[in-house]
Structure formats: C-alpha cells, structure tokens
Design a protein around this ligand. Structure first.
Ligand code: SF4
Length: 338
C-alpha cells in the first residue's frame, strides 16, 4: 500500500551531506548554557546569540536564558553571564571583572587558538592581518585581543591587491575560522606574492568543521538542480556553504532556516537536490526538511560522506558533573538521519 502510494509521487534524489550541522564548538557552547541553567537556575545571561541559530536561541530562551548584546544590559547579579562561541574582545571579560560579574566563557577553543596566534604575531613585533568579514562577532573578538591599530582587516581579493603592505616591517596573518577555504587560499596567495615574508599562523585558522562541511558540499553539489543549506542569515559558515555549492556546480543554491523556506512546488520530478547544514544548525531542522520532501516526493536518499568527525570539546570543570537529560539531548541533537 505504502509502495503504491509512493510510486505515485514524483521521484527526487536527495543528496545528504556528511558531516553537516553542529560542530564541537557549537555543541560545547549550547551545553554550557543548558548546564548552567541546571546548575544555577534561571536566569542565565548570554552575551550575543550563543550560536547563530534562531531555533537554538529560542529553545534556550524558553528554558530561562536571557540574551543581551552588551554587558550593560545586565543588572548587578550573581547569576552567570556566558560569552558566545564566537569569542569576545578582551574588554568584555575585563568589564565583567570590574563589575564583579560571574562569567563562563563559551568561546570555541579553535577561536581561542586564533586569538593566541594573533597575540603571538603581535608579541614578535608583527603587524597582524586578519582575513575575515567586517562586523562578524568573531572578527570583532579577534581584533579586540590586541591594541587598536595592531590588526588590519582584509576581506576581499581586491583588498589583498590594494592593502598597503609596505608600511609594516614585519607582518603576519590569521583568518576567521569560518571562511571559504578556496577564497581564503586565493587571498593568502596574493598577499604572499606581494610580501613573501608574510608569516602564516603556526596552525591553520579555518577550522576542521568549516573545511569538512565545505568538502562534503563540493562532493555533493555537482549537477544538483538545487542545493539547500540549513542555516541563519548571520551564520558565516552556512553562507559560505551556499557559495561553495554554486562554485561546485549546483544550478541553484539557497540558505533556508527550515522546511518552510523551501518552495516545494518549484521542484520538478527527477530533480537532484543537495542538502547540508551549517555548523550552528540542529539536526532536527534537517530531519524536518527530509520529512517534508518525503511527504511530497518518492525520495531516493543518497548520503555523501567525505569525513567522519569525532572532535569533542569538554565544558569547563565546574559544569562537568551536572547531568544532561534525554530531553536536553533531544534538544541538542534531534534525531540523526542516515
Ligand atoms: S565552526 Fe569551527 S571555530 Fe566555529 S564553533 Fe565550530 S568548530 Fe569552533
């Protein structure tokens, strides 16, 4: 009976990327908020969206998290204040200390590593070039580790050609963690061509999760009629996946918040559809999209797996003994599609 019904539906191929969705840094940041809510009770203040995803932010708000953009929005309190996964300028913890606020830093360890690399360049007398996107919280956080004027931002290939590199005797670079691997390589090559003595960071700044998600999208996107990336419009790594899909040969590519953003009417029988999710998008949103496709089409699900991730970033010691419930796990991970 089910077969007969599904045969009547038009067929589509759904190429599902792996890895996709939550990375270890996002997973850790959300856990920190959940565990802090359990240990200290609400409210728990969170500076900036803990990760760039409305579904996650709303879920945490319902549990008692209060999101603010700046510390001055927080009343004098003993409740914890959590800094988001993107990292913060040094002035933020300094301000928290001066106000006697108790803070938990959910900055991803891989962002902290970039901060350290930038500080190292500075300590060794190098002017720091930060390749990244102006206004992104991670860029604001990285620039804010060093005194004003110690870091210059390079955003584009054009800026890599025109930035006045000769004004600095020694120069090093770091990058935002969530950039396009290929675009960044092009920018670095131009800068290096102009200043062969430009010093690279000791370790790659673009993180494993960004690289892996882009690789999987590249492998899946060729000849896709449409590629969908689940993510928020302020999520840098998600927006890069949309671009990577187009560069890799998808005929069209879009960022969608959830299944409601997809125009299913426009998808034709026989279409090949790509699907991935940015590092801050929970699996439940991917599952909802797969279900929405299955309601309308006979879906041939094709898993395009290019890496297996086992990175795990532990939360701070104080929160390790707080128990996480099945309900919390469901919120964190949803149900995995295979
Ligand atoms: S995308 Fe990379 S740098 Fe950002 S939170 Fe995830 S692992 Fe950390």
């Amino acid at each position: 009976m089910t077969n007969t019904l599904s045969q009547k539906k038009p067929g589509v191929t759904l190429r599902l990327c792996a890895p996709r969705g939550f990375c270890a840094g996002v997973d850790r940041a959300i856990q920190i908020v959940l565990l802090a809510l359990k240990k200290y009770g609400p409210p728990v203040y969170v500076r900036h969206e803990i990760v760039h995803n409305a579904h996650v932010v709303e879920g945490l708000r319902e549990r008692g998290a209060v999101f603010v953009e700046e510390l001055d929005e927080i009343p004098q309190t003993d409740q914890p204040v959590i800094f988001s996964a993107h990292g913060v300028p040094q002035s933020v913890p300094d301000n928290a200390v001066s106000r006697n606020l108790f803070y938990l830093d959910a900055t991803c360890p891989l962002v902290s590593k970039v901060h350290k690399q930038a500080m190292r360049h500075n300590r060794l007398g190098r002017h720091v070039l930060l390749i990244g996107h102006e206004g992104h919280p991670e860029v604001i956080g990285t620039m804010g580790q060093l005194p004003e004027g110690a870091v210059s931002l390079v955003e584009t290939v054009e800026q890599a050609h025109s930035f006045p590199l000769d004004q600095f005797q020694d120069i090093g670079f770091v990058t935002q963690t969530t950039l396009s691997v290929d675009d960044t390589a092009e920018i670095i090559a131009i800068l290096k061509d102009r200043r062969p003595d430009l010093v690279a960071p000791a370790a790659e700044s673009i993180c494993y999760a960004t690289t892996n998600r882009q690789e999987s999208v590249k492998a899946a996107a060729t000849e896709c009629d449409h590629f969908f990336v689940v993510g928020a419009s302020n999520s840098s790594n998600s927006k890069r996946l949309v671009e990577v899909a187009l560069q890799a040969g998808a005929k069209a590519s879009s960022l969608v918040r959830n299944h409601e953003d997809i125009d299913f009417e426009s998808i034709q029988a026989g279409a090949v559809i790509g699907l991935s999710a940015g590092a801050s998008a929970p699996e439940i949103l991917v599952n909802n999209i797969i279900d929405a496709f299955k309601e309308r089409f006979a879906v041939h699900l094709d898993l395009v797996e290019t890496a297996v991730e086992d990175e795990l970033f532990p939360v701070m010691r104080d929160l390790r003994k707080v128990e996480i419930t099945d309900h919390d796990m469901a919120f964190l991970y949803g149900q995995k599609a295979s």
